[in-house]
Design a protein around this ligand. Structure first.
Ligand code: FO1
Length: 354
């Protein structure tokens, strides 16, 4: 079984940990399978995660790839689960020094262990490796049980357009996504999200194959705008998704009109999409729409909503998206695994219906 997932950082990591667990339960590896670094049993399933790169940035001379690292640390079992980002048992001695020197952003903390990752990454980039080659090296340190690939090797960092006349804008008309998200907590209304150099970007090597060869493609319940949306914006990505024979099943990041985590509602509002499970599905669009309208660009075959949004299912189905209502809250590994199982079941239903 080949599963390819499009994912952002924290929500993506929770979902992929559940998926890895569920795959180990459904398709256990033989006696030779090596368990993951955190003890999760091995699976014969082949899981590839295409990771958002829109959050990436250069800071204090090093390249950060926050979503990649969130997945890396969480799957290796070395993440700070309480804070949601960075390493467990972190110290911040270097960050204190950087603040003294006035280097970096004082409101953005680079932990000492985390800095080790950024230094290793930057040093390999300087040697000429691509971000996806660097990603391979980083994940080679731990047995993750899944393959992580940055969505693209191009630097397509997201910038947020804002109104420069707002007092908190300090006269600027755009901010790096991380400044808008982390410093301002997405509280400055976003006029638009722009990814630099997008025109020249391509999916990283193996991404298009991972989508084409998959038995199922899953969209994690990550931010539909600045995580999944930034992956989809990479030229060639939507084409790969529309061409795959695998069912494409998404999981709503919205439950009962509230975002599950983060500040995705600010992002949805900025692009004119209601914070509503069905509205996000309609934003992704029905892949079947292309059967009647070749110009249609919809992506979804299936969509999972929470039980609180069960009333949305009939209209979604009528609109060409197979939908099911299931518990979406990922409270722990078991509920995350159950959710991943529900996504795999919906995909199976779609595969056998073909
Ligand atoms: N998030 C914060 O809220 N504050 C920070 O100081 C911070 C530092 C940081 C350093 C490295 C890294 O990889 C991530 C970091 N994050 C921090 C998380 C990150 O900014 C965002 O939560 C994600 O990019 C959104 O998915």
């Amino acid at each position: 079984m080949k599963v390819t997932v499009l994912a952002g950082g924290v929500g993506g990591a929770r979902f992929v940990r559940g998926l890895r667990e569920e795959c180990a339960r459904r398709w256990p590896a033989g006696p030779d399978g090596t368990p993951a670094a955190d003890g999760t049993p091995a699976s014969s399933a082949d899981v590839t995660v295409v990771v958002n790169t829109g959050d990436d940035l250069w800071l204090a001379g090093v390249r950060l790839m926050p979503d990649f690292d969130s997945l890396l640390y969480a799957l290796a079992g070395v993440n700070d689960a309480e804070r949601g980002w960075g390493r467990a048992g972190e110290s911040e001695r270097v960050a204190a020094e950087l603040r003294e020197w006035g280097v970096g952003w004082p409101w953005f903390t680079l932990g000492d262990l985390d800095l080790g990752t950024h230094l290793a990454r930057t040093s390999w980039l300087r040697e000429g490796l691509t971000p996806s080659q660097v990603g391979e090296r980083l994940q080679g340190r731990w047995q993750l049980g899944v393959r992580l690939i940055p969505a693209t090797d191009a630097e397509v960092d997201t910038h947020v357009r804002i109104d420069p006349s707002l007092p908190e804008a300090e006269g600027r008309d755009e901010l790096h996504f991380q400044e808008w998200w982390t410093r301002h907590r997405a509280a400055i209304p976003a006029l638009a999200f722009e990814q630099r150099n997008l025109g020249a970007a391509r999916p990283a090597p193996r991404v298009e194959d991972a989508i084409a060869d998959a038995d199922v493609v899953l969209l994690a319940p990550s931010n539909p705008v600045v995580s999944i949306g930034t992956i989809l914006a990479i030229p060639g990505m939507r084409e790969a998704l529309s061409a795959t024979a695998a069912p494409v099943v998404g999981v709503s990041p919205v439950i009962g009109g509230q975002v599950v985590r983060g500040m995705a509602d600010a992002c949805l509002t900025a692009i004119g999409v209601e914070t509503d499970a069905a509205a996000v599905a309609r934003h992704y669009g029905a892949r079947r729409a292309a059967d009647v309208d070749p110009a249609a660009t919809g992506l979804l075959d299936g969509w999972l909503v929470d039980e609180a949004d069960a009333a949305a299912v009939p209209a979604l189905e009528a609109g060409g998206i197979a939908a099911a209502s299931v518990p979406l809250w990922m409270r722990d590994l078991d509920t995350s695994a159950a959710l991943a199982g529900d996504a795999l079941d919906l995909a199976e239903r779609l595969r056998t219906a073909r």
